[in-house]
Write a protein that binds this ligand. Sequence first.
Ligand code: C2E
Ligand code: CA
Ligand code: CA
Length: 648
Amino acid sequence: MGVSCTFMGPTLPSAANVGDTVVAQAYQPIIRGYFAVAAAYYAVMSLTHSIELSGVALRQLGSAAIIACIVSAAACHFLRRPQTVVKLELVTSLVNLLVLTNVVVALHIEYSQVKLVYFVMLAMIFAFASVSIRQAIISILTALGGLFWKVAEQEAGELIMYGFVGFAAATSAIAIAYFLRRAISLAVSARQEADEARQYAETRLETAEKISDAMRLQSLSDSLTGLPNRRAFFDALGTCQREMGESGNAWLILLDLDGFKSVNDNHGHIMGDELLKAVSSRLRDYCANDAHGSRVGGDEFSIILASEASSEEVRVWCDTLLEAIAETYLIEDRLIQVSGSIGCYQFPNDEPDAKLIQKADFALLHAKKSGKNRVVLFEDEHAEKAAERFRIEQALRVADFEAEIELVFQPQFDLRLEQFVSAEALARWNSPIIGEIGPDHFIKIAEESGLIAKITVAVVDKAIAALQSWDDPLPVSINLSSNDLISDHIIDLIIQRLRDSELPAELIEFEVTETAMMSDTGRATANLLRLSKLGHSIALDDFGTGYSNFNYLRSLPINKLKVDRSFIENLADPMTEMVLQSLVGMARTLGVHCLLEGVESELDLVVAKRVGAQSVQGFLFGQPSSAQDLHLFISANNFEKIETTSIG
Ligand code: C2E
Ligand code: CA
Ligand code: CA
């Protein structure tokens, strides 16, 4: 995450390692003050000299004072900016020398014993004004050197006494210089220590903040895709609701990839992960600053659109997102395509998270159920459907299918033999909880909740019982679902039941759809072959609505194509008859029987004959009815002409 966990702050300073430069900088204002005072003093002295003195005295002392004044002023100016220790020493030495020169010149012009005290005063001033000890010692000794020079010149007899004075002055001045410097050095180092300690604390705090930010970011982002994760999504949802105001609202958009599982199954999990990363990257780019996109589960993404956009605007926004996601991906030299389904819900600020997510979920479920690759905006009806679905699923879980499933049979009529030749078994469920319910409403739910096997076995048992009850049995076809086909175990159970019944295999046909074959073609084909080899006829149901690839169909052990009833429903369309013709033609080419489903009227029948279908099934030839009724109906009708068999 870029932030290491070791704290590497600065080391704390001690008084001992405060450098000369630092002390010099602390000293600089003091020296500068000294220069200012000297400049002012010599300016006044120049004036005084010009009034009081004249001749050589004025020239000598006046020029010494003016030079000292100018140099001090210049030095004062020079010290506006921080200078190095050496430069400070040089400048200070120069000024000190000029000050000393003024005293020497004054004594030279007019000697007085009292004036010797000037040298001692200078030693003291130099002690205060020196940048370093070395400079202090040199300056002080120079000042006292001046004293001894004048004493030796004027009062040689007093040299010893002045020696004591000089020694006292020198030691005290040097002591002052040393202690002053030390005091300042300590003060500076204390301040520096405090500064650095503060800086150190600040750096530590900054590092700690960075680490905690990084950790927060990590806990809020999805490790695979880098998108915000489920937790971040809930955070963002809360923030959005707090910020939207009393009457505001925003959109929750749930996106789920269609068929992601098959990408994993066909290309492997690593490719699946790469695809998720690529999808996430497109989602991130698409959301940019408009929306908060997160990955909340395997192939599920949540988007919060904190905008009062209209339904139409959101639909367009989502459609464009789906288009972006559906564009082909190039992953490790393979082209992969995936679509997505979206459910949207516009939520107010006070709706609990669980409720609003559930509503978007209902819309998503509806998008999935109604064909995927689409955007669905939540409507109350979606919740009702989901509730109904849930109710059915619960009832299926506790159902006793052997007792509750009933079969009805719909006859199939052969157009050339002009006879009923077989019947399709259709399941009806009489649930004690829900009541009577048709297969369109429960088969899919049973498949999705893994309960279809029990239903299939019950249907097989009941079909066998019906066949055994007829004295002149008619072949019956049984519908198999995708789950049945790909489960060796269910097929084993079915085969066992059929074997136990000792019925001839020709009496039982199995109907499968192309889509049922698609989920695991290899296994489904193998199981179909097992049934086919036992002598059972295999019919391809709902033909024309699925894959319908000729080479693929040729590889399947099929005996019959059942053309889906949606084709005949569409007779008003002039193309329909041509399509029907080509479907029938396909059956002929494959060398299999062709049955037309959904024949409801005389017109449908005419068309069925015209396109060359061999048999038909539909309301014109009989509604699905009980085993007993069917048998009576067929016995009566198989001896009559087609025109009289029609029942309303
Ligand atoms: P399917 O296999 O295509 O069955 C034909 C469906 O069309 C039946 O509906 C039948 O009543 C209806 N039908 C027949 N003739 C006509 C007609 O002329 N006009 C119209 N409009 N409809 C007609 P049903 O019984 O509701 O079954 C619906 C679907 O449920 C079946 O479609 C089949 O896919 C599934 N199904 C039914 N029984 C079973 C079963 O035991 N197991 C499995 N796995 N699926 C079953
Ligand atoms: Ca069928
Ligand atoms: Ca069908």
